[in-house]
Design a protein around this ligand. Structure first.
Ligand code: GUN
Length: 300
């Protein structure tokens, strides 16, 4: 459509929607150039190893998209698939070998692991310099200290979306619903680092809707489909939805929804991320960015 035929009314709502897909593509375009530049004259390109245990369909889909994204920007990828009943010692050995492998800059162990394997034990084995998920105690500690390190990709993606939309954080109330190692806690640290006043909420938080209504920046990362309702959103708030939940539909196909009741929240928010196409694509983009960072450090 010729943009001159669009009325102001039809453009304005679009401006509210944070287009994570487009921003992730822009990041990947930048990375494609940066990878080419960094590896020019070097003996090898950046390399990411992905360890996938079992047959979890969601994990398989995520891993597939991570591998495809590597290819798109010129990063080598190595997929290590292990059976669902693999011995914990065998997976541990795999990680230790990857730590020693000089062609591998990043190691990603796709979560969740089967119940008989302790993810804490496996993640603790990853060399912090190759920990592109930012899940080792060393990197978590560096984030806590406000130092440099490799930090979790989804929170990095959220921060990039906020930056891209010039959302000022200094002195603002940020409320994060969810306290996971992968998203809630590290994101709270990143928001704090940018001078927001941060509240972390969880399933035991009293008066959750009331706390959310204080938020200038409201992040839902609780893993509950459409839990955050429209009347939890302060008028003009920035709403970031980290959730990806499949809910049943009449046609049996199911549909992806976030942790925010989108249509209701849309009415209140000044900016909002959709699901899909909001935070999700950014996670993969930031994984590539972390892999390049690890490579640059490794190659001096
Ligand atoms: N499972 C779901 N999201 C993630 C992620 O970002 N990293 C890993 N390793 N596993 C996941």
């Amino acid at each position: 459509m010729d943009s001159s035929t669009l009325s102001v009314e039809s453009i304005e709502p679009l401006k509210k929607i944070i287009d994570g897909k487009a921003i992730a593509q822009a990041v990947k375009n930048e990375l494609t150039l940066a990878v080419a530049e960094a590896s020019q004259g070097k003996s090898r390109k950046p390399g990411l190893a992905v360890v996938l245990v079992g047959e979890n369909p969601a994990s398989k889909a995520y891993v597939k998209s991570k591998i495809a994204a590597c290819k798109a920007v010129g990063i080598e990828s190595f997929l290590l698939e292990m059976a669902a009943d693999v011995a914990p010692e065998a997976e541990a050995e795999t990680v230790k070998k990857l730590n020693q492998d000089e062609t591998v800059d990043g190691i990603l162990v796709q979560l969740p692991l089967p119940e008989h394997i302790s993810s804490a034990t496996i993640l603790a084995l990853i060399d912090p310099a190759k920990d592109v998920d930012g899940l080792t105690a060393v990197n978590a500690g560096l984030l806590m200290q406000g130092a440099k390190g490799l930090f979790p990709c989804t929170p990095l993606g959220v921060m990039r979306l906020l930056e891209q939309h010039k959302v000022s954080l200094r002195g603002k109330q940020a409320v994060v619903v969810g306290r996971s190692h992968l998203v809630g806690k590290p994101l709270a640290m990143m928001l704090l680092q940018k001078d927001a006043t941060v509240t972390i909420c969880h399933s035991k938080t009293a008066n959750l809707p009331e706390v959310c209504r204080q938020a200038d920046i409201l992040v839902a990362a609780c893993g509950q489909a459409e839990m955050v309702k429209g009347d939890w959103v302060k008028p003009g708030a920035v709403v970031i939805d980290v959730g990806i939940n499949r809910v049943a539909t009449a046609d049996g196909k199911g549909r992806l929804v976030g942790d925010v009741a989108y249509d209701q929240a849309f009415e209140k928010a000044s900016l909002i991320t959709p699901v899909p196409g909001g935070v999700g694509p950014m996670t993969v983009a930031m994984l590539l960015s972390n892999t390049l960072r690890a490579y640059n450090v490794a190659m001096g």
